[in-house]
Design a protein. Structure first.
Length: 280
C-alpha cells in the first residue's frame, strides 16, 4: 500500500481527501500547522501513521521537507491560504508559493515518486466560459496568479527529475465542512432561521461539485499517470438563482430569496463551467 503525505488536512478540501485516503487504507502522513492537530480526531483515521507538526509549513526550508518526505510515495499538497473574503489578493499567496516550491525541492531530494498539486479554475482565461484543460491561462487575482506560477515551476522542477506530477484544477465546491460564509452554507443558514437571503449576480452560471466527490476524484489521481492536468468539476452548468431555488425548495421558503445586482470580482463573467477531461 502506498504511503501518502497530505498537507492541508484540516481545511475544507483536505479533510475530505483525508477521509478518502483512510477509506482506501493508504498509509497516511499528515503535515499540519501547530495548534490545528486538535481538529483531527485520530480515532476516526486508523490509517494515519504519523503527524508532522510545523509552526508554518510555508516557511519550512528544503532540508526540512526532505527529512519529512523520506519513505513517501505520493504527496497531495492541499494546503494554501484560503480565508473567505481575504485570499483572492492576499500577500500570503506569495508565501504559499515560495513554501510550496521548497516542498517540491525537498520531495525531489527525498525521491518521492509523485506529487499532486491543487490548482483553481480561476487560472484559466474566464472569457472562454467553457473551460477545458486546453483553455489558455489568464489568471486575474493574486491567488490564481500564484497557483499558475506554482504549476509552471513544478512542471520544470519535477519534470527534469523524472518525478510524476498531476495538477488538479478545482472548480466551485460545496459540502460538509464548508466555511459558514460561503454561498451554500449562507443560503442554508438564512433559510433555516426564516431570514431573507440576499443574492447578487444571480444569473451567473457556475460549475458546482460536492467536496466529497472532488476528494474521491483527487485520490484516484494517485494511480492515474496518463493526464498531467485534471479539471475537478461536474461539467454541469447551473445559475446561482437555480442553485438557491433548489436549496429553498427543501425548506419551502422560496419567498425568502431576494435578488439584487451588485458586482463582484467576476461579475462580467457570465459562465464558469469546466469540461471534464478524465474519467475519475
Amino acid at each position: 500500500m502506498k504511503t501518502v503525505l497530505l498537507t492541508g488536512a484540516t481545511g475544507f478540501l483536505g479533510r475530505n481527501i483525508l477521509k478518502v485516503l483512510n477509506q482506501k487504507k493508504m498509509n497516511i502522513i499528515l503535515v499540519i500547522r501547530s495548534g490545528s492537530e486538535k481538529k483531527i480526531n485520530l480515532k476516526n483515521y486508523n490509517h494515519v501513521k504519523k503527524i508532522v507538526i510545523s509552526k508554518d509549513i510555508f516557511k519550512e526550508n528544503v532540508s526540512w521537507w526532505q527529512k519529512n518526505c523520506i519513505g513517501v510515495d505520493v504527496i497531495i499538497h492541499a494546503a494554501w491560504y484560503t480565508k473567505p473574503g481575504k485570499y483572492f489578493n492576499s500577500y500570503k499567496n506569495k508565501d504559499c508559493l515560495k513554501g510550496s516550491i521548497n516542498l517540491a525541492k525537498g520531495a525531489v531530494k527525498a525521491k518521492v515518486k509523485k506529487l499532486i498539486g491543487i490548482g483553481t479554475c480561476l487560472e484559466y482565461d474566464l472569457n472562454y466560459n467553457l473551460l477545458s484543460i486546453d483553455t489558455p491561462l489568464k489568471p486575474i487575482t493574486l491567488y490564481a496568479k500564484t497557483k499558475t506560477s506554482l504549476f509552471k515551476k513544478l512542471l520544470k522542477i519535477l519534470g527534469k527529475n523524472l518525478i510524476k506530477f498531476s495538477w488538479c484544477r478545482v472548480f466551485y465546491l460545496y459540502g460538509q465542512g464548508e466555511h459558514k460564509d460561503r454561498l451554500v452554507p449562507y443560503i442554508n443558514r438564512k433559510l433555516r432561521y426564516k431570514k431573507k437571503v440576499q443574492l447578487k449576480n444571480y444569473n451567473s452560471i457556475r460549475d458546482y461539485l460536492n467536496v466529497s466527490k472532488a476528494a474521491m476524484m483527487i485520490v484516484k489521481v494517485i494511480n492515474n499517470d496518463n493526464v498531467k492536468v485534471i479539471n475537478i468539476c461536474s461539467g454541469r452548468p447551473i445559475t446561482i438563482k437555480k442553485l438557491a431555488e433548489q436549496i429553498a425548495n427543501k425548506y419551502n421558503r422560496r419567498h425568502l430569496l431576494h435578488y439584487k445586482k451588485k458586482s463582484d470580482n467576476f461579475s462580467k463573467i457570465d459562465c464558469i463551467v469546466g469540461v471534464p477531461n478524465c474519467n475519475l
